[in-house]
Design a protein around this ligand. Structure first.
Ligand code: ADP
Length: 258
């Protein structure tokens, strides 16, 4: 009833989920999951209905980061995401025994993940944030193709090796026509909590320069912060000095996907 010629309401490929945002990195250990969780919580604090899918099959860390224990429940044959910190979350870590290695082959893993988006009981979401598996291999490419995210956020540390991989990740999303919303520089500088000296174990500013060179937005920098690591390990996202940074990233992301 919105009148003729009005644009169709924007909708992701999955009914009920308005926008899908992938959080990706060219390699592991750069803080992708930390960013995904804190971004999801920051988006929820801005009034959006937010889901988080932990698609990091080989190292699912979202349950720990959100303080969720146990397996995902099934109701009427549908997987039920768990509620925590104002968001809904589903993780490969809630499907499997944490003590057993996950040895799924690529095609099986990507189809399981697509089902976790399409068939789980997410309800109505403004945004589903997908914490992608690290890297730019077949699984990542297949996921990007099948999930058709509305945008991707790339996480990198400032040093050259990570940036080369971030460039690959950006190119991968380009290949499947997923807009890269921007790059976040994580572990950008370290402020010693004891002596107050600022140091730069991975250099600094590399991701911003790289973003500029690739013509994508720079979304901000998160320093190496012991408080962030401790809060993450304790399953308490959205706390401390970095909450402000993530709020800014959330505004930029929400603004660019509409
Ligand atoms: P990835 O998902 O890229 O593998 P994680 O988000 O799991 O990386 O982060 C790897 C480790 O680094 C975790 O222990 C996490 O708490 C820590 N970490 C991530 N970002 C920061 C940061 N800015 N300051 C301190 N610790 C961080």
């Amino acid at each position: 009833a919105s009148g003729e010629g009005a644009p169709a309401p924007t909708q992701s490929a999955v009914p009920g989920i308005r926008k899908l945002i992938a959080v990706a990195s060219g390699k592991g250990g750069v803080g992708k999951s930390t960013v995904a969780v804190n971004l999801a919580v920051a988006l929820a604090r801005q009034g959006l209905a937010v889901g988080l899918l932990d698609a990091d099959i080989y190292g699912p860390s979202v349950p720990t980061l959100l303080g969720i224990e146990g397996r995902a429940a099934l109701s009427d044959g549908r997987l039920q995401p768990a509620a925590a910190h104002g968001i809904k979350a589903l993780s490969m870590g809630m499907m499997t025994d944490p003590k057993k290695a996950i040895i799924w082959r690529g095609p099986m893993a990507s189809s399981a993940l697509v089902q976790m988006v399409e068939k789980a009981d997410w309800g109505v979401l403004d945004v589903l944030v997908v914490d992608m598996p690290p890297g730019t291999g077949d699984i990542q490419l297949t996921l990007a193709q099948k999930l058709k995210p509305d945008g991707a956020v790339i996480v990198s540390t400032p040093q050259d090796l990570a940036l080369i991989d971030a460039r690959r990740a950006t190119a991968m999303f380009g290949e499947v026509n997923v807009p890269v919303l921007g790059i976040i520089e994580n572990m950008s500088g370290y402020l010693c909590p004891h002596c107050g000296e600022a140091s730069e174990p991975f250099g600094h500013g590399g991701a911003e320069a790289e973003a500029k060179a690739m013509g994508v937005a720079f979304l901000g920098r998160v320093p190496l912060d012991i408080a962030l690591r401790l809060a993450s390990d304790a399953g308490r996202p959205g706390e401390g000095a970095q909450a402000e940074v993530f709020a800014g990233v959330a505004r930029a992301v929400a603004g660019s996907v509409g």
